[in-house]
Design a protein. Sequence first.
Length: 314
Amino acid sequence: LLFLLHACRQFPGCGNIVTFSQFLFIAVEGFIFEANFGRKKPAIPIRYYFIMVAMFFTVSVVNNYALNLNIAMPLHMIFRSGSLIASMALGIIILKKRYSVSKYTSIALVSLGIFTCTFMSAKQVASDSSLNEEDGLQVFLWWLLGIAALTFALLMSARMGIFQEMLYKQFGKHSKEALFYNHALPLPGFLLLAPNIYHHAVLFSQSEPFQVPVIGLTLPIMWFYLLMNVITQYVCIRGVFILTTECTSLTVTLVVTLRKFVSLIFSILYFRNPFTAWHWLGTIFVFVGTLMYTEVWNSLGPFLARWRKRPKEE
């Protein structure tokens, strides 16, 4: 996260080259070890992957461009943590699902948290004293467009999750295969972003030189940041996919939620972003609501009960 935040602060709009690098690395790795250099036939028909990839690519690009529309990184993280809301809403509409009262309560908390943070960020944008009235209105309108982009990406991401769930039910779970095709098939789409990617590649090459510890190799520091981000993101993504095969969905959701929350707090503290008490309250609502949704309290109950009985048994 630190590498990505450094890049975004020094070169706003560099999200496309970061995303392209991640996709390329995972696609090459998957082509070698999962697809066996193209000799392994996919378990899920390729046409379904094209549909999934179209959604995945759209979500990634829209989320990146939202950062160019006066959306601060903390708000970006908080807004994306509202995926539970979108998933539940689309699950009710598309899959005709019904949920318990605790689930609806958790979604209400997450919604309230996101609304609080969004509203307070809107006030900060609108009251920026360094801008005149005309420029302030223009900045605020761009910010509203960024919120609309984040909302669209959130709903599209939820729809992709439902589509993937239906595929897994029909053809079985193939997480490594899905990881490879979700990153390999979109690569031609980056040709549409080639000018932007090339522009930032030139800017990265002009950044100050940096000597890599241990190996002593000298390269522009932004390329070092990008390399570190690609490696850490690969480890993170692979870890999540492995987690889905080894643990319950409750554990996976909880781990991913905690990771987002820690990333948010780290971003605020490290870069000293403006964060009021209302922002903290909204963040707490999002965090508590997500924990309620995962029903972690029910899992901790038996454990705490056993722990309390232990001294009496001894």
